[in-house]
Design a protein around this ligand. Structure first.
Ligand code: NAP
Ligand code: SF4
Length: 671
């Protein structure tokens, strides 16, 4: 049997889970959309049918003040039960279990009504919370219990009480945000009282045969976070209070240590859950950057945890568990941890989806049914857009021939995957290559699509996904061999010296600076990664923090842009800060408001605020954006066939894989 530990049932006494896979809580944005629960039901149904053992919903507030945003989802009234039934029914029909996550945002609430243990503003919300009165605390405890009871009425198998990531309960637990003088502040017992009152109140309302998961912050990663002894004590109290399962929470949202982005090593925090395994006897769930069945199996088999939680991997691949069970792990669409279409959307109040799976959260809207009129379609370019189009169109029954002038598929992903911390991009190339074979796409490598081929092969339509070319700059001395573009560097066509200036500070400028600064990726060396970020794996300091290891830069790098705005402003909302921190660690010099003058034997001449400066560099690397590769568009249009442009060849300025894959998928669904 494949993955015998991961796929073994878990006995909870009064009920059994069919396997050890939890689909962790994710807010999709459908919760707040008109008729969103119908779409959400289909979203969960497909994951339940995909074999997941248990699902935890996105966070639902127990009362108005607990909402993350004013329009966010809340479960407090009997009339709200019916819409939840839509989800619980379909999940149960598919043989899985589902729990409602109850989340009170506390001081993370993005509205003026937010409350917390004390009136201390968080660094990630503009709103200062009011300190809760004793009456408010008691009422909030009742609100949690009322939500849990309504959840039971709605058919949920249990609730997950969100006690981590810096939300309200966590705000009570740590002195970082709790400076109360009453029975809810001061000693550990007092700071944990709120959490335990909530569990006791819920248990009293829902009875013994109802799952209560507590998401416990096992590693706060903030100053004045919990010590290890405090984490253990609270876990024991939670067990005594009747919690069924403890889930792992890692890092407050305001922590300045990455916990889930792609550069975090896989399963980087499973050691924390393992540490708690020795202290309690109820099942524990490991979380964070677990994205393949092998990693998950290893965690269970080695006894680090009893279950694994994966959230984003189920956006990327609804059939994750079934594919694992059928020995088809190589066909899994792996979450690459980019956050670009999920968390970045959520934090911009947009519906979440997935960069590598544009159907995620669009299950009722984006479908690939059999075409009544199969066509013979030529696709130029096997980058993300061309691959996505080809696979989805071929699955619909079209006869697709995919031409790639290079010897490998992947396009821009072949550059991205070389950047330290972006090793996951390999998985997407692997996934699409396997899908190309499975869908019978006729892949022709080392072959450029030409009008002659179009005529000879009798195509009906042409899709151009030829991508982009790096922008060249026409400035004095820029024809020197020492001035190169990022593709030449990543193709290893040129030797780069120790002093380098990078022109352009978009995603690629940041990536190039990281690539030139870090010879060995810390993502594939977890011990180095913990040191780099100051994570105390011995857990001798509160919050699990210790001073980060100072880095000796291997190169002197200057990253520049013409704008005077903040560097990296256009990077991902939830990952940009990580890129900026990494470059600071590598002591990359960042210059804004730069005018580029010329390059000569002295180096690069620039001006900032009208003042000339000389950067004595060995090389200049151009990361100054892209232009669409339209070389073949005219010729293709002259063939008289319908021609479609997708990806970077359509809009270079917005070149990004999320848009490229989505555009390919949408065209495939319509063609
Ligand atoms: P970009 O984000 O458009 O950045 C281009 C940079 O070049 C900017 O700093 C721009 O800033 C500068 N520039 C533009 N025209 C210039 C000119 N004529 N002369 C000098 N400088 C010029 O493009 P990119 O960095 O190539 O990235 C392309 C896309 O790839 C991104 O939009 C992103 O979606 C994707 N990507 C994302 C990531 C990520 O981390 N999420 C990583 C890699 C790529 P100034 O105009 O201020 O000089
Ligand atoms: Fe994973 Fe990126 Fe998809 Fe989010 S958008 S689920 S991080 S692959």
């Amino acid at each position: 049997m494949a993955y015998p530990h991961l796929l073994a049932p878990l006995d909870l006494g009064f009920t059994q889970l069919k396997n050890r896979v939890l689909m962790g809580s994710m807010h999709t944005g459908l919760e707040e959309e008109k008729n969103g629960f119908d779409k959400l039901a289909q979203f969960y149904k497909e994951r339940a049918e995909g074999g997941v053992g248990m699902i935890v919903t996105g966070g639902v507030a127990p009362n108005f003040r607990g909402r993350l945003t004013p329009g966010a989802c809340q479960l407090s009234f009997p009339w709200q039960v019916a819409k939840h039934r839509k989800m619980t029914d379909v999940v149960h029909q598919a043989g899985a279990k589902i729990c409602l996550q109850i989340l009170h945002s506390g001081r993370y609430g993005y509205h003026p009504f937010s409350v917390s243990a004390s009136d201390i503003k968080s660094p990630i919300s503009p709103f200062k919370p009011r300190a809760m009165s004793l009456r408010q605390i008691k009422k909030t405890v009742k609100d949690y219990a009322a939500s849990a009871l309504l959840a039971r009425k709605a058919g949920y198998d249990g609730v997950e009480v969100m006690g981590s990531e810096g939300y309200l309960i966590n705000q009570f637990i740590c002195t970082h945000s709790n400076q109360r003088q009453d029975e809810y502040g001061g000693s550990l017992e007092n700071r944990c009282r709120f959490a335990l009152d909530i569990i006791n109140a819920i248990r009293a309302k829902v009875g013994t045969e109802f799952i209560i998961i507590f998401r416990l912050s096992m590693l706060d990663l903030i100053e004045k976070g919990s010590t290890w002894d405090e984490v253990v004590q609270l876990a024991k109290w939670l067990e005594e209070a009747g919690v069924t399962i403890i889930n792992t929470g890692i890092g407050w949202h305001e922590a300045r240590i990455p916990t889930i982005v792609t550069s975090v090593p896989r399963a980087a925090f499973a050691w924390v859950t393992e540490k708690l395994k020795k202290e309690v006897s109820i099942p524990l769930i490991a979380t964070n950057r677990i994205n393949t069945p092998d990693i998950a199996e290893n965690i269970i088999a080695s006894g680090q945890a009893d279950m694994v939680s994966m959230a984003r991997p189920f956006l990327a691949e609804p059939q994750f568990v079934n594919k694992a069970a059928n020995n088809e792990a190589h066909l899994i669409n792996t979450c690459i941890g980019c956050n670009q279409a999920c968390l970045d959307h959520t934090f911009s109040l947009k519906r979440a989806t997935c960069l590598v799976n544009p159907r995620a959260c669009y299950e009722t809207e984006l479908n690939f049914g059999q075409t009544p009129r199969p066509k013979r379609i030529a696709v130029m370019g096997a980058g993300p857009a061309g691959m996505a189009f080809s696979v989805y169109a071929a699955k619909r029954g079209h006869d697709v021939v995919l031409y790639e002038a290079k010897s490998e598929v992947g396009g821009q992903f072949n550059f991205a995957r070389q950047v330290p911390g972006k090793e996951e991009f390999d998985e997407t190339i692997r996934y699409f290559l396997n899908q190309i074979e499975l869908a019978n796409v006729d892949l022709r490598l080392n072959t450029r699509l030409t009008p002659d081929i179009i005529e000879k092969e009798q195509f009906d339509e042409v899709v151009i996904a030829a991508g982009v070319i790096p922008r060249a700059l026409d400035l004095p001395g820029f024809d020197d061999a020492k001035v190169v573009n990022y593709q030449q560097v990543l193709n290893k066509e040129v030797e780069i010296g120790n002093k380098v200036a990078l022109i352009g500070a978009g995603g690629i400028g940041f990536d190039m600076a990281h690539y030139l600064a870090e010879q060995h990726s810390s993502t594939i060396d977890p011990q180095q990664w913990y040191k780099q970020w100051g994570i105390d794996t011995q857990y001798q300091h509160a919050g699990g923090l210790m001073p980060a290891e100072q880095h000796q830069p291997e190169r002197e790098i200057t990253l520049m842009q013409r704008k005077s705005s903040k560097m990296g402003k256009g990077l991902g909302k939830t990952s940009g800060w990580v890129h900026r921190s990494v470059l600071k660690q590598h002591q990359v010099n960042m210059l804004t408001g730069v005018s580029y003058i010329k390059f000569d034997e002295q180096g690069l001449h620039i001006e900032i605020e009208g003042k000339p400066q000389l950067l004595e560099v060995d090389n200049v690397v151009l990361c100054a954006g892209q232009e669409s590769n339209r070389e073949w568009v005219d010729a293709m249009q002259k063939t008289g066939l319908p021609v479609h442009l997708i990806g970077g060849v359509d809009v270079a300025a917005e070149l990004d894989a999320k848009r490229a894959i989505r555009q390919g998928a949408i065209l495939a669904s319509e063609i």
